[in-house]
Design a protein. Structure first.
Length: 97
């Protein structure tokens, strides 16, 4: 499973408008929550985007056959809810998922 997506997880962001945060070999709700309240919130506040593009890896779902994560549907809903709030605060609600 370590090389399912070679060269992707942990890549440096190509510019300041892209944020890539590796969550480790098994994604947990606590890790995502900490990232959302920490580095993601800080980065969005400092960058003030015109549009947010959310790419939440659904392979992190607890029932995904890859077995990479422990997130529930409720966890993905919370990620989406907070991302939509970021979009409301910074870019007139413009968000694509």
């Amino acid at each position: 499973k370590d090389d399912i997506f070679p060269g992707k997880c942990g890549d440096k962001s190509p510019h300041k408008g892209v944020l890539n945060i590796p969550m480790g070999p098994r994604v947990t709700a606590a890790a995502v929550g900490n990232a959302m309240q920490g580095i993601i919130s800080t980065t969005v506040n400092n960058f003030s985007p015109d549009l947010i593009i959310l790419s939440a890896g659904f392979d992190a779902h607890v029932n995904d056959p890859l077995g990479l994560g422990g997130l529930s549907a409720q966890d993905f809903a919370a990620i989406t809810d907070l991302s939509c709030r970021f979009a409301e605060w910074h870019c007139s609600g413009r968000i694509v998922s």
